[in-house]
Design a protein around this ligand. Structure first.
Ligand code: ADP
Ligand code: ZN
Length: 210
């Protein structure tokens, strides 16, 4: 099963992708996590990506398309995967089609902008494995430490309030057109994001199985 999770920054794509990944036993592929790891490791691609990410802008299509193409060619993707944060532009979605990738479903997690702004300040991410947390809605068991790998759970630089506004604008301009793109292909299912992670997951799993 090949799934795409679509939604504004902070809509809960990462958290939901982790849950579905465990339930269906298929990998979660987060281009944001891959890019953050590249920045941390100081790779060529990380150096290219960093200035865009810090501003809340999108990394150029050719860079992310290259990353995604390599990742889905790996062995663990042969039974399917969950794309979390890719595609984010129409050219990226077209590139997936050109690669011959068949998508089963695109699940849009819909959360109003006002709720997004309130959520993002509390968001935290594991520096080591990329797992997502929220200080109020989904805190790690030990403060500041990742449940999965023990890594440090930190605030993302691009979750600063002024950057969040730019990221939301980018979402509406560049990414939201994918809603119609996938609707016209009969692939879109919309789930309304709930305040409780588990409530959203329940709706997500119904959307996946329905
Ligand atoms: P969020 O969904 O919360 O904004 P992500 O972790 O998915 O966070 O992405 C963080 C940043 O990484 C984005 O703001 C962007 O700069 C970059 N990025 C991630 N995925 C893509 C993509 N598919 N295309 C372009 N840039 C991307
Ligand atoms: Zn971790």
């Amino acid at each position: 099963m090949n799934l795409i999770l679509l939604g504004a920054p902070g809509a809960g794509k990462g958290t939901q992708a982790e849950i579905i990944s465990e339930k269906l036993n298929i990998p979660q592929i987060s281009t944001g996590n891959i890019l953050r790891a590249a920045v941390k490791n100081g790779t060529e691609c990380g150096l290219q990506a960093k200035s865009y990410m810090d501003k809340g802008a999108l990394v150029p299509d050719e860079v992310v398309i290259g990353i995604l193409k390599d990742r889905i060619a790996e062995e663990d993707c042969k039974n399917g995967y969950i794309l979390d944060g890719f595609p984010r532009t129409v050219p990226q979605a077209e590139a997936l089609e050109k690669m011959g990738v068949v998508i089963d479903k695109v699940i849009e997690i819909s959360v109003p902008d006002e709720a997004i702004k309130a959520r993002l300040g509390g968001r935290r991410v594991c520096e080591s494995c990329g797992a997502s947390y929220h200080i109020e809605f989904n805190p790690p068991k030990t403060e500041g430490k990742c449940d999965k790998c023990g890594g440090n759970v930190v605030l993302r630089k691009d979750d600063a309030p002024e950057t969040v506004i730019d990221r939301l604008k980018t979402y509406h301009e560049a990414t939201a057109p994918l809603i119609d793109f996938y609707k016209s292909r009969g692939k879109l299912v919309t789930v309304i994001g709930q305040s409780e992670v588990a409530d959203t997951s329940k709706l997500m799993l119904e959307a996946v199985n329905g």
